[in-house]
Design a binder for this molecule. Structure first.
Ligand SMILES: [Zn+2]
Ligand SMILES: [Zn+2]
Length: 476
């Protein structure tokens, strides 16, 4: 028997997910080397946004002192919103991220820190972390270059691979090495998407596609085929023709800029009048939009010119401006964050416009359970519905689209995974329960990895150089 097989049980990596479903994304990996040494690393540390998981935000169910390094896939709050808690709990090492993520992250962290602090105050709870913990994260950011290997610690080599989920988004190949043993190769996809109107197309290098791999994949839309039907333009034009106003809840980064670009193309094609004012209300959304148009991010050069005419940023005395916007009954388009309608400026606009019959609230992306977007979807027209503490009658049209989705749908995920030639284990995470299970069944048939495992907060997996070793219950 070879040396590897005799000893392989002593060289492993335990992969544990802190998140049961989509938000609060955080992978904790515990490596054991053949010489008995152990160390941890973390991929993302996001905020739980579902009300039912709020309590999970308050603590880290592991000791952060002995974490060796932290990898950040992309700048979404459900992936980065609790990085400062890692600092607070004693992690003093580097946070690795792409160039664009390093530019965008400080804005996101300070904004989510403020929201979190005020939410804790409102509930008479201690803050989850302090301003200085955010500073620690920002000061310890380390830029990575896609496709270039780096060594975050002894025995580990990491390669970032750009992906088109979001500007700055990367997947990570983590290779754990020990002399005389086969490498343990893990690819963390992060959130993935193949195409993005602002970004150049990208692909996974062949040498990575040929490796024996454990892939930890997202599955947000793992049980949904892409509808392929863009409905946003059509719905928007319909609402505007009726004379009503349209409210579009948007995610600050990516979605806001995509929707703005669609509005510009509609103006250019003469399908909507540039006399109709377009308001953008969201501090972060405005800041990101200015970064996009300043050309400081790695987006396609010709896409820097994406802003529609008659665009007005809601800045300064926002309360008064919002009041004026709502009081003025003339037709307008309002982009407001957050994308699920639950936070930021969106609730105040939704509470107002949902009561007006010829208006439209058009959600532009994924709405998690318990969010305003999901609640409105489930409410029948004409019934009373609660929007952030206020009971309102649902009179306006409420529309949804997944055409801007930053996530690969099931068929795209299958396509993406099919490019890998030796998947030892496919570990599925970052999806609602049904989505993960369904995707697991389909991927088994169409991708044929040696093993499949569904990760959640309770169930973790131990892998070695040959893939799956065993599953176990976490202590979370
Ligand atoms: Zn994301
Ligand atoms: Zn995500």
């Amino acid at each position: 028997m070879s040396k590897y097989r005799k000893n392989y049980g002593s060289f492993y990596c335990d992969i544990q997910a802190l998140h049961p479903e989509v938000t609060g994304s955080c992978m904790l990996c515990v490596v054991r080397l053949p010489d008995g040494k152990k160390f941890k690393f973390v991929v993302d540390c996001g905020l739980f946004q579902e009300r039912k998981y709020w309590e999970f935000n308050k603590n880290l169910p592991f000791n952060a002192n002995d974490v060796q390094f932290v990898l950040i896939t992309h700048n979404h709050v459900d992936h980065v919103g609790r990085l400062a808690l890692l600092s607070r709990k004693g992690y003093g090492g580097k946070y690795y991220a792409s160039e664009d993520t390093c530019k965008l992250l400080p804005l996101c962290l300070r904004d989510s820190g403020r929201i979190l602090a005020s939410s804790c105050k409102a509930h008479n709870e201690n803050p989850i972390y302090e301003e200085e913990d955010i500073d620690t994260v920002v000061n310890n950011l380390q830029q990575v270059v896609p496709r270039e290997q780096f060594k975050p610690c002894e025995n580990v080599v990491v390669t970032a691979i750009r992906n088109n989920h979001l500007v700055g988004a990367v997947s990570y190949l983590v290779q754990i090495k020990y002399p005389g043993f086969e490498d343990i190769n893990i690819l963390f996809t992060g959130d993935i998407k193949e195409q993005n109107m602002f970004l150049e197309d990208t692909s996974v290098p062949k040498w990575i596609r040929d490796l024996p791999l454990t892939i930890v994949t997202e599955s947000t839309y793992g049980n949904e085929r892409a509808t392929g039907k863009p409905v946003f333009k059509h719905n928007l034009i319909r609402a505007l023709k009726r004379g009503g106003s349209v409210v579009v809840p948007v995610f600050s980064l990516g979605r806001t800029q995509e929707v703005l670009y669609v509005l510009k193309t509609l103006q250019d094609e003469g399908k909507i009048s540039s006399d109709i004012p377009i308001y953008l209300d969201g501090k972060l959304a405005i800041a990101y939009t200015k970064m996009y148009s300043s050309g400081s991010l790695n987006i396609k050069p010709f896409m820097v010119d994406f802003l529609p005419e008659n665009l007005r940023f809601v800045e300064g005395d926002k309360k008064a401006k919002r009041r004026d916007i709502k009081a003025d009954t003339s037709q307008k388009i309002i982009l407001c964050s957050s994308g699920m309608g639950t936070f930021g400026s969106a609730p105040s606009y939704i509470q107002h416009y949902i009561k007006i019959k010829n208006c439209m609230i058009h959600f532009s992306g994924y709405c998690t359970e318990g969010s305003v977007g999901r609640t409105l979807k489930e409410a029948a027209p004409g019934t009373e519905v609660e929007v952030c503490g206020l009971m309102v009658e649902k009179e306006a049209d409420v529309e949804y689209t997944d055409e801007f989705s930053g996530h690969a749908h099931e068929d795209d995920l299958i396509d993406y995974l099919s490019c890998f030639n030796d998947i030892k284990l496919l570990a599925i995470n970052h999806g609602e329960e049904d989505s993960k299970r369904q995707f697991g069944r389909d991927a088994k048939q169409e991708v044929s990895p040696k093993d499949i495992f569904v990760l959640d907060r309770e169930n973790a997996v131990r892998i070695n150089s040959f893939g799956f070793e065993k599953s176990f219950k976490t202590k979370f």
